[in-house]
Write a protein that binds this ligand. Structure first.
Ligand code: N01
Length: 534
């Protein structure tokens, strides 16, 4: 007899841990979490690559739901490093006694909705079935790695590793090796400086040059930590009232409200300060191409100043998209790394990688690069990948993969028509990756929890979005994106453009977290308007 629960959660990262706590400890439901890894952490469990560090600042990259938790935990640096985030999430799991309801080493391979029983039947790799009324995916947005299917990959005699599946053995295996790194997104930009310190030689293969602003990471002073402890309510208020969930405000001033000299001084100060707030210094950087060009030109000029070899500097700064239209990285000495004698840059936009060979890789013009290790910093099948690989089947056997064949369609990024009682934490169509993730996650978890409480209190067995509500929301997601420069980065994973064959649809909701929160609250207040309840 398969086990039947009130709720089943897939994934034990930031989302799954809080969702378990909320449903079990607030609503008193019978809940279990299934987790593929052998520990908690989600994305941070897998992403142990060199230099892995969050680029949200640590005082905002945490749960805000528990005053005690905020008081008792302190991060040590401005940006938390991967091992410290893992310690934090383990602390949360232990503090709220969550691990007893998490089954580790349990990968979900299928989920099927049975309309007669009104139950989800979830199957695992080990062949087990668990059934539940409510199914909540907490699988993250960037948890399905994307390794390009390059000819000859299997013939490589050395070692290949994807940054999102970095081995637990650390970095020592890089020592003295000739390392090739493919990819210069946020991950590659964090990894290259650290790989360069370990490897005999690092060759970075760059397809799309990228902007980056210094992170300026540093240990947190006792004074700052006290400030956070004593003013967290105010900090939370800032995070909840702005578009991106970070603990800094975006100014209302336009790029063109100031003189050129003032603008230069503002950018210079922001560069010195470092971090993602570089784009918060003007209100129109992401909406007006001319405004954006001022930021773009500033960063390109910085790259050319830092990188000593003019040919390398030219390749790194030959950026084809508006600043921050792709997810803007922040770095610790990325551009400086190209001044090291053991680092070289290869342009694979004009001269693509043709194949992997037993000894390295070959470019289209026949140039061979001999390598011992290839690091794929090639990103993820973002947002939809983690959901589609669960093989979810809704009412009448409809597969999510088919329902989303032309791109994801959801209502508020929370539910999909035809898939009753399935909730997707930070699903496509919600702000998710355009927001500081813990803020987006908490809002979703709390909304889902309140929704389930409401349904139970009113004897409602099923919730599912009306097709017209989905249609309308998809329109709003597209319209919100079109108000920004974000769709103009043609190689962006926001658009699915990094995975060959993936439909090109702008996936996250770009209307801002604060606006989105208001919409969700309004929908709930109107008796879950747009959802069919039965
Ligand atoms: O992945 P990406 P990522 N041949 O997709 C290149 C979050 N994150 O792992 O742009 C050659 O951004 C690809 O080139 P192109 C953050 O949200 C957060 O770096 O497709 N190159 C690109 O350069 C981030 O945005 C943090 O032309 C190929 C790179 O690989 C997201 O994760 C840290 C290729 C992939 O860049 C994803 O970042 C790190 C090919 N066949 C990441 N295929 C923190 O918060 C792909 N590329 C700290």
């Amino acid at each position: 007899m398969p086990k039947t629960l009130d709720a089943l959660i897939i994934g034990a990262g930031f989302s799954g841990l809080y969702q378990l706590h909320a449903l079990r400890d607030r609503l008193g439901l019978k809940v279990e979490v299934l987790e593929a890894a052998e520990g908690v952490g989600g994305t941070w469990y897998w992403n142990r690559y060199p230099g892995a560090r969050c680029d949200s600042e640590s005082h905002s990259y945490c749960y805000a739901f528990s005053a005690e938790l905020i008081r008792e935990w302190e991060f040590s640096e401005r940006y938390p490093e991967q091992p410290e985030i893992m310690r934090y999430l383990n602390h949360v799991a232990d503090r709220f006694d969550l691990k007893r309801d998490i089954r580790f080493n349990t990968r979900v391979t299928g989920a099927r909705y049975d309309a007669e029983e009104n139950l989800w039947h979830v199957t695992t790799e080990a062949g087990e079935t668990v059934s539940a009324t409510w199914l909540i995916t907490a699988v993250g947005c960037l948890s399905t790695t994307n390794t390009p299917d390059m000819p000859g990959l299997a013939s490589f005699k050395g070692r290949t590793v994807h940054t999102g599946e970095w081995p637990h053995e650390g970095l020592e295996f890089l020592r003295g090796q000739r390392v090739g790194q493919i990819g210069t997104g946020s991950t590659g930009i964090q990894a290259a400086p650290v790989i360069a310190e370990h490897a005999a030689h690092l060759t970075v293969f760059q397809r799309t040059p990228n902007y980056s602003v210094p992170a300026r990471n540093a240990p947190l002073s006792e004074e700052f930590r006290r400030h956070v402890r004593e003013n967290f309510d105010e900090i939370r208020e800032v995070m909840h009232s702005n578009t991106n969930g970070h603990a800094f405000r975006i100014t209302e001033r336009s790029v063109f409200d100031v003189s050129e000299a003032e603008r230069e001084a503002i950018y210079e100060a922001a560069w010195e300060k470092g971090g993602l707030q570089f784009r918060a210094n003007f209100s129109d950087i992401l909406t007006d191409l001319k405004a954006n060009q001022t930021a773009a030109e500033f960063v390109k000029r910085k790259i050319r100043e830092i990188v000593k070899d003019p040919a390398t500097a030219a390749l790194l700064s030959d950026i084809d998209h508006p600043y921050a239209a792709k997810r803007p990285p922040i770095d610790s000495f990325y551009f400086e790394t190209f001044n090291r004698p053991n680092v070289s840059l290869v342009d694979v936009r004009s001269n693509p990688i043709e194949s992997i060979t037993p000894d390295g890789l070959r470019l289209r013009d026949g140039t061979e690069h001999k390598l011992d290790i290839i690091v794929f910093a090639t990103g993820f099948d973002a947002m939809t990948g983690p959901l589609l690989r669960l093989n979810i089947e809704g009412r009448d056997g409809i597969a999510l993969r088919d329902a989303w064949a032309a791109g994801p369609r959801s209502y508020l990024g929370l539910q999909v028509a035809g898939f009753p009682n399935l909730f997707t934490v930070t699903g496509p169509g919600s702000p998710s990756v355009l927001c500081n993730m813990p803020v987006a996650i908490e809002q979703h978890v709390e909304w889902i929890t309140d929704c389930i409480a409401h349904l139970r209190a009113n004897g409602i067995a099923r919730i599912e979005p009306a097709p017209e509500a989905v249609e309308d929301w998809v329109g709003q997601v597209n319209a919100a994106a079109d108000e920004t420069l974000l769709p103009q980065a043609s190689s962006s994973w926001y658009l699915g453009a990094n995975v060959p064959g993936k439909p090109r649809v702008f996936m996250p909701y770009a209307g801002g977290m604060a606006r989105y929160r208001g919409i969700c609250e309004d929908v709930a207040a109107r008796g879950y308007a747009g959802f069919a309840l039965s």
